[in-house]
Write a protein that binds this ligand. Structure first.
Ligand SMILES: *Cc1c(COP(=O)(O)O)cnc(C)c1O
Length: 361
């Protein structure tokens, strides 16, 4: 068996030790005589798995006690619709800072439920920079300000938390949660689909300041209500137990590796190596994002022609470097460098880039 270096943006590479543990436990979890996938979510065994995953995630990310942590079925897009339903009154203004594709998605999901104000929009500049916070047109009575901490497709990342006054900051951390230390207390809500940096697809994490659970929001069924989920420890209905278990294993692996401080160090080194290869290629490889806000997690780049982009992806795949094709919205190449991608993977990619340029430059 050979495992390739998998640069997929999501669902993304997972630590091999996590996959091996899941494999070893598949038929009989912890001596219960059944798989974790086959037992009740209300069993003492699964409740312990769920509680441990939450405790470990709290430790890993540094989540204060005055924040609830929800584990919900569905993706980040689901949360993008639930946020205005839970936090904004019908027709109340909500501020959105759009710095790429996922910010646009968040706006689209919110529009049916709230009066979306585009406080800032980087689209005119091709999403190559983050509009200066001093230029944002914020609304004083907004229910919240939404931003995308890391734009997975455009490869742009907030490097500091913007100051937005008393209005709660809501941030989509799907592709950068646990990649470096964050100050959770600066946010009202942090949400993330798990399939980038936390585990498998099918489950999302919502970290919400408890006072925000008391907001009236809008008429909604219990199943769309964060407060109802919090009151039942995210077991209002059958949660995605397998995904929750795998997320727990992945978080435990991150803690054992040294936690977010260690991953910040590794991720900075990986990103520096790849951007240096791009910038040092004499223009053969190009990334047009402003250096100060270049993503450490997702690195999009382009070769001199779309034909060469395609050949690069095909040849890289044969060399054991897979899933490098850029998102269809922007094309080109994209290398995702989440926590589970080792430095060796990036070194192999950089060596391949050098070789490819020698042969084609
Ligand atoms: C992947 C991603 C999403 C969408 O996640 P789904 O699970 O497909 O809903 C939203 N925001 C960001 C930043 C992402 O990376």
């Amino acid at each position: 068996m050979t495992r390739a270096f998998n640069f997929s943006a999501g669902p993304a590479t997972l630590p091999e030790s996590v996959l091996r543990q899941a494999q070893a436990e598949m038929l009989d979890w912890n001596g219960v005589g059944a798989s974790i996938v086959e037992i009740s979510h209300r069993s003492a065994e699964f409740i312990a798995v769920a509680a441990q995953a939450e405790a470990d995630l709290r430790q890993l990310v540094g989540i204060p006690d005055d924040y609830a942590v929800l584990f919900l079925a569905g993706g980040a897009t689901t949360q993008q619709a639930l946020l205005p339903l839970n936090l904004a009154g019908a027709g109340q203004p909500v501020d959105y800072v759009v710095t790429g594709h996922w910010g646009k998605t968040a706006v689209k999901q919110a529009r049916p439920y709230a009066a979306v104000n585009l406080a800032a929009d980087g689209e005119a500049g091709g999403f190559t920079d983050i509009p200066a916070a001093s230029q944002w047109r914020l609304t004083r009575e907004a229910a919240y300000v939404h931003l995308t901490a890391n734009e997975t497709i455009h490869g742009i990342e907030f490097r500091e938390v913007p100051e937005v006054g008393a209005v709660p900051l809501v941030a989509d951390f799907s592709s950068s949660i646990a990649s470096e230390p964050i100050d959770v207390s600066r946010y009202g809500v942090i949400y993330a689909g798990a399939q980038k940096n936390l585990g498998p697809v099918g489950i999302s994490v919502v970290i919400i300041r408890r006072d925000l659970l008391e907001r009236a929001g809008q008429a909604r069924a219990d199943i769309f209500d964060y407060r109802a989920h919090a009151a039942r420890d995210s077991m209002l209905n059958t949660p995605p137990t397998w995904n929750w278990y795998l997320l727990g294993l992945t978080v435990k692996w991150m803690l054992a590796q040294g936690g977010v401080a260690e991953f910040a160090r590794r991720n900075a080194a990986k990103a520096a190596l790849l951007y240096a290869a791009i910038d040092g290629s004499g223009g053969f490889y190009r990334n047009s994002v402003a250096p100060a806000v270049r993503s450490r997690m997702n690195v999009p780049f382009f070769l001199p022609s779309t034909e060469m982009d395609a050949r690069f992806v095909a040849e890289a795949g044969k060399a054991g470097l897979i899933a490098l094709k850029g998102h269809k919205a922007v094309g080109g190449i994209r290398a995702s460098l989440y926590n589970a991608m080792p430095l060796e993977g990036v070194q192999a990619l950089v060596a391949f880039m050098h070789d490819f340029q020698q042969r084609n430059g």
